[in-house]
Ligand binder design. Structure first.
Ligand code: ATP
Ligand code: MG
Length: 598
């Protein structure tokens, strides 16, 4: 600030320093900025956003799933943070910054220190005390509320932070999309009752939609798995993308939308009770469902398969129709398991079925749980494995021939019928950029975090949690906004609004006009980048397209007519405007974008 400079001038014994500051300020131009664009990107790069972030010099890799942000990448990240902060503050949330280093005891209170598994980064200090690096902060925020919030009068309250998170992902990939160190905005709401939580949740739902809109991201809210809490207590915000790692089920008629982990389909009720006699059939070399269907000359829908899993030291059999897959998440939730289910090894499988692989079935099975999908339970005269080598049963019917724990354990497939309107469902891919979740009293009860209610009685906080993957948002924006030449930043998140190119660095006049425009735009509070490098025009144009700054101003030969060329990155054509109109033009362009995205 100029007042600081004045202070230096009056008080600093080092006069040279003032000169240095002035000089540096003047030189914040591309010729001496760290913007290492690359011609080619080598290595393990699978998706376009990752490639462009490296190519445009936004990030550099440190280790698998660990990246450094360079100036341009950090600037874009800060723009996203700014949008998130303003919207969160407007929604009445308060920003804090918790520690990333968390003593293990806190995680033991919630029971997650073991349950979180190898994704949790654990470490010890010099005194052998165990810590973890926070992958998420439910425990920490619950502990803060437990200590600081005493009375219902202080509720509701929503606390948030924007902080680096650590997760030792089994498969870090796609650059910033799935990394091991990433920036997250996480918020936690504390209410006195369920009605309060519902309201807090809805406020966040609207806030999230606004945040993604302002970021120029098309994101849709989908019903999501809410673990053992269940119900419609969780919503994910998904960016439709062919490179997304999640499957989204949606109904084109009634717009039912759900993550496949949570999605369900219409269940046709059993009408046929014309049960035939249970029959054992010799089926050598018939193992797979396809082989069974061919052998018996039936549709796979007339067969059922039984898969054997293990988790939490239990054996779990899950039976679904032959043409279906098992939904692991539904099984995990149904049995309230801490571990994910994994297919049993051969020895365990043989101990459960007394047969080779390929002949498992529901009759005479030796397992801790037999879960039967409701659809499979409704089949009439189905074909299943006989738990004997080279044998199957036909004409099997639930309740007459076997029984188990019935529920919805199937993975929805495209063309299944919508549970609400029975239209055929569609499935597409998406990337999760945000997740909002009604936690209820899960953490407050486990960690004994309570407030005094109107009657002076202690009550557990009713909590919600709300996450946004800030670095994943950045990558998703680029994934959604680019062409074969480079990034096309939406204006609200662009690291700079305007880029000025000097065509001929030997032309004093061009340099003077470009520098004047640069100074005027800066004065008008427009973020501007000046390409004053000694490069060929072609290189400058290519880099401008790669960097994707929304407006490009080219100062070239047309200055003889007192004009410069102006081009929007997302448009094909350019046009010429009078040099005196440039600032006004850029200001209008900027405010138009606020209206559009804001
Ligand atoms: P995913 O299913 O993609 O692993 P998650 O369910 O583990 O996500 P949350 O725990 O809900 O994610 O985290 C909140 C947000 O943080 C997510 O919506 C996502 O945007 C982001 N996020 C999660 N894991 C990563 C990661 N490894 N790298 C970057 N962002 C992530
Ligand atoms: Mg995850």
């Amino acid at each position: 600030r100029s007042s600081d400079l004045r202070w230096y001038r009056d008080h600093s014994p080092y006069e040279g320093r003032i000169f240095l500051l002035e000089w540096r300020k003047e030189k914040m131009k591309m010729s001496n900025m760290l913007m290492p664009t690359l011609r080619e990107v080598s290595g393990d790069v699978e998706i376009e956003s990752h490639r462009l972030m490296l190519k445009a010099g936004l990030i550099r890799k440190m280790a698998s799933g660990v990246y450094n942000y360079l100036p341009l990448g950090l600037k874009a990240l800060r723009q996203i943070e700014h949008i998130i902060r303003t919207e969160m503050n407007d929604a009445g949330a308060q920003e804090i910054l918790a520690s990333a280093l968390i003593p293990s005891e806190l995680w033991e209170e919630s029971g997650r220190y073991q349950a979180y598994g190898p994704e949790l980064m654990r470490l010890k200090d010099r005194n052998d005390h165990e810590f973890c690096l926070g992958p998420t902060h439910e425990e920490v925020f619950t502990a803060i509320a437990r200590q600081e919030i005493k009375s219902y009068k202080q509720l509701p309250i929503n606390l948030y932070q924007i902080q680096t998170k650590y997760r030792d992902e089994i498969r870090p990939r796609y650059g910033m999309m799935r990394s091991r160190e990433f920036l997250m905005k996480d918020a936690y709401s504390f209410d006195k009752d369920q009605a309060g939580l519902d309201l807090s949740f809805n406020i966040m739902k609207e806030t999230y939609q606004r945040i993604f809109n302002r970021c120029g991201l098309k994101a849709i809210g989908v019903e999501a798995d809410s673990g053992s809490i269940g119900g419609s207590n969780s919503m994910e915000f998904m960016v439709p993308s062919v490179v997304g790692e999640d499957d989204i089920v949606h109904c084109p008629c009634c717009h039912y939308t759900a993550n496949i982990e949570k999605a369900t389909s219409y269940l046709e009720t059993r009408t046929n009770t014309d049960w035939l006699e249970l029959t054992e059939v010799f089926t050598p070399k018939v193992h797979t469902i396809e082989e069974v269907a061919v052998f018996f000359d039936v549709d796979a829908k007339q067969t059922a398969k039984t898969l054997i899993y293990t988790a939490d030291q239990q054996t779990i059999a899950v039976m679904v129709r032959g043409d279906r897959e098992v939904n692991d998440v539904k099984v995990k939730n149904f049995l309230n398991l801490t571990e994910d289910i994994v297919l049993a090894d051969e020895m365990t499988l043989e101990a459960c079925t007394h047969a080779k692989i390929g002949f498992a079935g529901p009759i005479g099975l030796n397992v801790d749980h037999l879960l039967v999908d409701e659809e499979a339970a409704g089949l009439t005269n189905m074909i299943v494995g006989a738990n004997q080598n080279d044998k199957h049963y036909k004409n099997v019917n639930y309740s007459r021939d076997f029984s188990g724990e019935i529920g919805d354990f199937r993975l929805v497939q495209a063309k299944d019928l919508c549970p609400h309107c029975q239209a055929p469902l569609e499935i597409s891919r998406g990337t999760e950029v945000g997740h909002i979740f009604k936690l209820g009293t899960k953490y407050s009860k486990a960690m004994n975090a309570s407030f005094l209610d109107e009657n002076g009685k202690p009550q557990p906080f009713v909590m919600g949690c709300y996450g946004i993957g800030v670095s994943r948002v950045l990558a998703s924006i680029i994934e959604q906004h680019h062409d074969d030449k480079g990034i096309i930043w939406p204006k609200n998140v662009a690291p700079y609004q305007v880029m000025i190119l000097i065509m001929n660095m030997k032309d004093e006049q061009q340099i003077k006009i470009a520098e004047d425009l640069y100074t005027q735009l800066k004065k008008a509070n427009i973020e501007v980048l000046l390409d004053d490098r000694n490069e060929r025009a072609g290189v400058k144009f290519n880099d401008a397209d790669l960097l994707g700054i929304p407006l490009r101003i080219t100062v070239g030969k047309s200055i003889t007519e007192h004009q410069v060329e102006i081009k929007a990155r997302h448009e094909q054509d350019s046009h010429y405007i009078d040099i005196d109109e440039v600032v006004c033009y850029c200001e209008n362009d900027r405010s138009a974008s606020d209206l559009l995205e804001g």
